[in-house]
Ligand binder design. Structure first.
Ligand code: 13P
Length: 282
């Protein structure tokens, strides 16, 4: 169908009360597996790469993979830079052809986060590329990102942040964390509702791996329209390959063992799409 920006996708989800799944991909196989799930359920989706994923294969490699797969797909697909950690990387992603960009200044003091997020939003606007930024700190560890000092998003700050930066979507910190949870995460749903009352752009939930489905649904009911899943996809892909190689220790054809990992990712992503309510929304 189309390789699109995330802007219309998220505005439609926000209006109709569902969320678009945003899935972190590491290689061509994961790109193919995620898009297969989206096509089977007629769901729009965002595929995304973190800075350390970008370091692994390069922005242009992910763009080539996703853009080509998206062109052939029967559903709209966007490619998003997840947790862009500098103005320079955001601009490289823009020039490469990413159709959605996150700048993550959440570790900076409030005023500096505003200045960085505004600079990226201003630079992306002429090309029509939407920008996500984060306020408050999502805890946990993922790739090279580590946050031992999480901080919740303050609703009044969120209102000012959105007005002053001109961003397209806002990632909020309400108790989720990247990576694997030790216990069940305690989410501050009321805080999310307070943010929703004063912020009128799409809201993003990070760290959704391991969050119970019902909690993700509650976040969507209270105004989340993009949900990020990374760790569970990596685990599904790796577990599929590990189990195949355990049963077939002499296997040497990547097409055989990667296929098992891909099937696991497709199955997982289909479940997440249903939790997000984006099935049939392509
Ligand atoms: P998880 O690894 O917890 O799914 O978090 C994904 C995420 O928020 C990526 O930005």
């Amino acid at each position: 169908m189309a390789f699109v920006t995330s802007e219309q996708m998220l505005l439609k989800a926000d209006k109709e009360g569902y969320a678009v799944g945003a899935f972190n991909v590491e290689n061509m196989e994961m790109v193919m597996a995620v898009i297969k799930a989206c096509e089977e359920l007629s769901a729009p989706a965002i595929l995304q790469t973190t800075p350390s994923t970008v370091k692994y294969a390069g922005l242009d490699m992910y763009l080539a993979n996703v853009a080509e797969a998206a062109k052939k797909a029967s559903v709209p697909i966007a490619l998003h830079l997840d947790h862009g950690d500098s103005f320079e990387l955001a601009m490289q992603a823009l020039r490469t052809g990413y159709t959605s960009i996150m700048i993550d200044g959440s570790k900076l003091p409030f005023e500096e986060n505003i200045a960085l997020s505004k600079a990226v939003a201003d630079a992306c606007r002429p090309s029509g590329i939407p920008v996500e930024a984060e306020l408050g700190k999502v805890g946990g560890k993922e790739d090279d990102m580590n946050c031992d000092d999480p901080g919740y998003t303050d609703p009044a700050d969120a209102k000012r942040f959105v007005e002053e930066t001109g961003i397209s979507s806002l990632a909020v910190a309400i108790g989720t964390a990247h990576g694997i949870y030790k216990g069940e995460p305690k989410l501050d749903f009321d805080r999310l509702s307070e943010i929703r009352k004063v912020v009128n752009i799409p809201l993003v939930l990070h760290g959704a791996s391991g969050v119970p489905d019902e909690s993700v649904r509650e976040c969507i009911r209270r105004g989340i329209s993009k949900v990020n899943f990374a760790t569970e996809l990596r685990i599904a892909y790796s577990d599929g390959i590990k189990s195949f190689l355990k049963d077939n220790p002499d296997a040497f054809d990547p097409k055989k063992y990667c296929k098992v990992g891909m099937d696991k990712v497709t199955e997982l992503v289909k479940n997440k799409i249903k939790v997000c309510g984006s099935n049939g929304k392509a």
